[in-house]
Design a protein around this ligand. Sequence first.
Ligand code: ATP
Ligand code: MG
Length: 216
Amino acid sequence: MNRVLEVKNLNKNFQNQLIIKNLNFTMNEGDIVSIMGKSGVGKTTLLRILSGLEIPDSGEILINDKVVNGDKEFIEPYKRDIGFVFQKSVLWPHMTMKENISFAISDDYKSKMNEIASISGIEKIMNKYPNEVSEGEGKRVSIARAICSGAKILLMDEPYANLDDEIKDQLINMIKDIHSKTDISILMVSHDIEENKALSDKIFELINGELYEKKI
Ligand SMILES: Nc1ncnc2c1ncn2[C@@H]1O[C@H](COP(=O)(O)OP(=O)(O)OP(=O)(O)O)[C@@H](O)[C@H]1O
Ligand SMILES: [Mg+2]
């Protein structure tokens, strides 16, 4: 099993408030892992550190065996092979859904865009602008865009927040479907234990800056 992500002795403080404490974590190719934890505990901060949007105080992060954060190393977010789905979908307002996806697409996915759009159930809205789609549709486009970027690791921050049960189920099925057709590894933050059980191989809880595996 290929190890895609390795985090060693990671630490992060904000204004003397300890957020991440000597955290160690690994993920293999194809894993789906969810992280739970109370509001303000540091879940988003952890994803931002992994993607390179936040710099840790100390520790090492390896992606596909390459050091992306270390004593002297820092690899920029866009070179990390990571796709990030933010809690609120961040789509370019002046671009249609199709243009939003095309903007980020990797060569490998150019021929697969229609297939991903079909799996994601977004074919009918490809020519709409972000202000013309619902929150759930925008979320699905954000996930499709992150996948089409060709990233091997997908980070998702509360992908089901503010969505009703039907849309949640559609999203879970979409993620399962895409996961079964690619070698993508998924790390997501979600408060929802039932959804986490439906999708994840492993569930962790972030408590006092450390990750603890929960029994499923
Ligand atoms: N740039 C920053 N400067 C100072 N403090 C910050 C910064 N970003 C986050 N924090 C603090 O770090 C802590 C963790 O924030 P984070 O957003 O990671 O929490 P979270 O677990 O994602 O919470 P939620 O479930 O509400 O999204 C909070 O106390 C927050 O106030
Ligand atoms: Mg958060």
